[in-house]
Each structure stands twice: as structure tokens, then as C-alpha cells.
Design a protein around this ligand. Structure first.
Ligand SMILES: Nc1ncnc2c1ncn2[C@@H]1O[C@H](COP(=O)(O)OP(=O)(O)OP(=O)(O)O)[C@@H](O)[C@H]1O
Ligand SMILES: [Mg+2]
Length: 271
């Protein structure tokens, strides 16, 4: 079973958009997928038009079991666990709980019936984020296209390295650093890619093709639809399709896809 967390300590970089489209994309290809919202902002439920009676908060507090919090059949083969702002207080409520960073991993231990679990994280290094990362085997780090993107990416990768040191028995691999809102015509995109190239920790895992900037993603979410439902012929539908395929292949063979090397290169030549 794939266990993938979508994380970046920087806000607004496309984490939730990526979590939704990775989960929905894998489900479209026949996988049975559970998408978990580990962000108290609760964006996943809003985006897919779903309100769970019980949420991630109930699961972490031990007030509900997995079966109680899963909302089934949100799309074909796609179930979700929602979140609400009440989860903001989890750090406080669980302050004295033993092994509180691994509650989610233990609650989902032995989970069956799914081929993939995708967890959307908040931009904060909160207890929920620790729980998501200690459940996951792989992390995808979406990054925006601005001057600060490299900072957020490197802070996140450093945080993951620290977690590996603290919990050495847990596997936590960086599957990809995923550029979102790529616009090859802008200095911002060129600058961000140049900064990524200068840092081996980022460039070694960079999925260079990225996801192109596409306003349809914003419109789709406002209509409670995925991009394949809202605008199946859009750039974003094509790019998320390719990224889902990358993940389905195990994430290793196209971190530096040749065709897009050329694309990024030509961008850099042009801008
Ligand atoms: N490729 C893209 N092109 C254009 N807009 C995008 C793209 N990806 C995401 N967006 C938009 O950027 C905004 C932020 O995206 P999203 O909510 O996925 O980020 P986030 O990292 O989850 O934010 P937060 O840190 O607050 O949880 C949204 O309005 C979303 O529609
Ligand atoms: Mg989000």
C-alpha cells in the first residue's frame, strides 16, 4: 500500500491541490484510495463538497475508529477523512499523551482495502503533521514558483531529515519535489528553477516537468470538482495525469524526465 504525505512548511504552494489530484488520479486508474485531511483548515472536505460526521480529530483523540471517520464513495474508489478547525487544538489536547506523534500510524496500522493512502498536511510543523509524516512512507513536497520557494523546500527537507534521525526505524523517502504553478514565461519560474538547481538536496528529487500554472484548478475546486471533471482537456489535467503516472511507476524513473529537461532549458533560454 502506498502511504504518501503531501507536505511543505510553506503555505499556499499547492499541497491540497496535489493531494486531491493525486488521490483522485490514482482512483481513476483503478486504485482504491483513502485521502486524509491532516490540516485543520479542512480544505479537502470543502473542495470535494463533503462533510464528515466524524473527523481526523476524533480519530486522534481516540473518540472514533477508522471506520467511523471514513466518508465512503466520495468518488469511485475514493474515500476521505475530513478535518475541521477544531483540530487546531489537538496539540493542546494531546500534550500529555504517550507517543503522541505516532497516533495516526497506530490507528491506521493494518488498514486494509486500499492501494494508496494520501495525507494532506498543513503548513505548520504541528502534531498533526508529525503524525502524517510518521504514518507515511513517502513524501511529496509541492513547491511554488517564487523567490522563497527554495527556502520552504529546504526547511521541509531538513525537517524530514530530522525526523529520520529521531525515528530511524521508520521509512520516509522523498518521492518528489513537485513544482506547481509553473509558468515558463516568467522570471519567477526561471528564478525558482535556478535556485532548485543550486541545491543538491532539492535538485536530486526534483520532478522537473512540474504542474503548469492553470487557473482552471482554482475554478474546479470552487465547483467542488477535480480538474478531470471540470476541465479534462486543460494543462493541469494533462500535467496531473503525468504526475499520477510517475507515482504509479514508483516515483523513481522520471524525477528528471528528459522531455521536460528540454522544456525547462528552453524556458531558461527564452526568459
Ligand atoms: N498549478 C496551479 N496553477 C494555478 N493555481 C494553482 C495551481 N496549484 C494550486 N493553485 C492555487 O493556489 C492556491 C493554493 O493552493 P493549495 O490550497 O493547494 O495550497 P496549499 O499548499 O494546500 O495551501 P495551505 O498551505 O494553505 O494548505 C489555490 O487557490 C489553488 O487553486
Ligand atoms: Mg492546503
Amino acid at each position: 500500500m502506498l502511504q504518501i504525505a503531501i507536505a511543505n512548511m510553506k503555505g499556499g504552494v499547492g499541497k491540497t491541490t496535489t493531494a486531491i489530484h493525486l488521490a483522485a488520479g490514482l482512483a481513476r486508474h483503478g486504485s482504491r484510495v483513502l485521502l486524509i485531511d491532516a490540516d485543520p483548515q479542512g480544505n479537502i472536505g470543502h473542495a470535494l463538497g463533503v462533510r464528515g460526521a466524524r473527523t481526523i480529530r476524533d480519530l486522534l483523540l481516540g473518540d472514533a475508529g477508522v471506520d467511523d471517520v471514513v466518508v465512503r464513495g466520495v468518488r469511485e474508489r475514493l474515500d476521505i477523512v475530513t478535518s475541521t478547525p477544531e483540530a487546531f487544538a489537538l496539540d493542546m489536547h494531546l500534550a500529555g499523551a504517550p507517543a503522541r506523534e505516532t497516533i495516526l500510524a497506530r490507528a491506521l496500522h493494518g488498514l486494509s482495502g486500499y492501494d494508496a493512502v494520501v495525507v494532506d498536511c498543513s503548513p505548520a510543523m504541528s502534531l498533526l503533521t508529525y503524525n502524517a509524516l510518521l504514518f507515511a512512507s513517502d513524501v511529496i513536497v509541492p513547491v511554488g514558483m517564487d523567490a522563497m520557494a527554495i527556502v520552504g523546500a529546504r526547511q521541509t527537507l531538513a525537517g524530514i531529515r530530522t525526523m529520520r534521525t529521531l525515528w530511524p526505524d521508520r521509512r520516509l523517502d522523498i518521492m518528489a519535489v513537485l513544482p506547481t504553478s509553473v509558468n515558463v514565461a516568467t522570471n519567477a519560474t526561471r528564478g525558482a528553477f535556478e535556485a532548485f538547481a543550486q541545491h543538491a538536496d532539492v535538485s536530486a528529487r526534483l520532478y522537473k516537468r512540474g504542474i503548469r500554472q492553470c487557473i482552471d484548478l482554482t475554478y474546479a475546486i470552487s465547483q467542488r470538482q477535480t480538474i478531470w471533471e471540470y476541465a479534462p482537456k486543460s494543462r493541469a489535467a494533462e500535467d496531473y495525469d503525468a504526475f499520477v503516472e510517475f507515482v504509479r511507476r514508483g516515483g523513481d524513473d522520471c524525477v528528471e524526465p528528459k522531455a521536460n529537461d528540454a522544456k525547462v532549458q528552453s524556458t531558461q533560454d527564452r526568459v
